[in-house]
Design a protein around this ligand. Sequence first.
Ligand code: HEC
Length: 142
Amino acid sequence: MSSRLRPLVALLPLLFIQGCADFHRGDPTADAGTPSGGDGGGAGDGGGDAPSFATDAHPLLLSGCQSCHRAGGAAGNTGFVLTGDADGDFQAASALTDTAAPAGSRLLRKASGAGHGGGAIYADGTPEYQTLLAWIAGGAQP
Ligand code: HEC
């Protein structure tokens, strides 16, 4: 006795094509005099990994910003206060980034002196600015 069981093979084209790669590269629509000549190619660093907060951004913020942006500092009453703790500082800093428009990030605008009580710490085009920009453009990862 052989029962012919013919499996019903439903060939459904289950192709969920996700068209949104959401990979906004470059296109820094900086409004304040864009001297943009070098489209941020490979600024050294080697390796294809996106910059991380702990390794790349945090040290710059501690050395350049914490003198004012700390409890009791000149900017201690703002929404951006650094403690030196990587996790907490990451929360504070990443909240001020816009990965869809990295150059327009509040963190970067302030750092470069746009309407910033602390003036221009890392001016547009400096290596530090580029590092912070790359960190944000890379997704502002921890
Ligand atoms: C000399 C002191 C000083 C330094 C150094 C300084 N700041 Fe500030 N910052 C201020 C002051 C004062 C304010 C408050 C007035 C204002 O909003 O600009 C402020 C405000 C800010 C704000 C707005 C905070 C909020 O509540 O939204 C951000 C973001 C910021 N700074 C980023 C930075 C970054 C990034 C650095 C380092 C690259 C930095 N600042 C270094 C003095 C400083």
